[in-house]
Design a protein around this ligand. Sequence first.
Ligand SMILES: NC(=O)NCCC[C@H](N)C(=O)O
Length: 305
Amino acid sequence: MINILIKDETAPLRSVVLGTGESFGGVPDISEAYDPKSREHILDGTFPIEEDIVKEMDAVAKVLTKHGVKVYRPAVLPDTNQVFARDIGFVIGDKFIVPNIIDDRASERDGINYILEQIPSDQVLRMPPGAYAEGGDVMPWKEKLYIGYSEDEDYHAYKVSRTNHAGVEFLRDQFPNCEFYAFELKKSDDEPKENALHLDCCFQPIGNDQCIIYKGGFKNEKDYHLVVSHFGEENCIEITKEEMYHMNSNVFSISPEVIISEQHFTRLNDELERRGFVVERVPYNETAKMEGLLRCSTLPLERAY
Ligand SMILES: NC(=O)NCCC[C@H](N)C(=O)O
């Protein structure tokens, strides 16, 4: 049996699914791109190669293991990009949610069937048809639940809109005791610097009471101000459009004190250390070209409370 329990983004991590770069399918055809940053790198001839992704992800696995975290990897499916495990399922409280996700990625879920089989069935919730949510948009934060989503107009207009109104409502019904904060995100299928693919591409809580945030990722500025009011201005690390593009908000917390981050995020890493965090630096530059970073690559199963 596998235990699951997630109430926030930072409590000491016990177990996690880390995606895999093995047999990731190579450079997709431009018609198959489902995010603008991958698209940019396909067109520029700079899309990452399997060997580099595998190496980068192994460096993350090593750091997690060093900190005593049990690391599961998806079963490798041939020619399937399974790097971003975060989005294919997620844990809220003691429930594992199996969501509906974008068709282009739906087959990825088969890779974690062996994990689902070890979770008691009364702890597994399957989203009904029509309700969509990807884990990058869903953040339990103590009594609050932050969700990034798109209203139907954007949801039907953009491939990068992944969580819809019905998805938010499903979660609201399932978790009536959570305080819900659902924010529309800014979307672009062509311009990576104008696109918050998921909520974790522009916001993430860290430590006990702090967060990393990019104002321009929120479609409605009032939502950004609401989040800042929850944390307090001095507890928010603001990032720039350029830093958002490089995915600075997508680091990953092993505990309230320890954060895994990309080695080139100099300003952010210095600021985190100034605030007392231990920063575990890893190379993740190549993987980042597919519009995801460390939070996107990890699906936490259990944190300690
Ligand atoms: N949580 C995340 O932001 N995940 C990144 C997913 C990137 C992937 N290329 C996608 O478009 O779904």
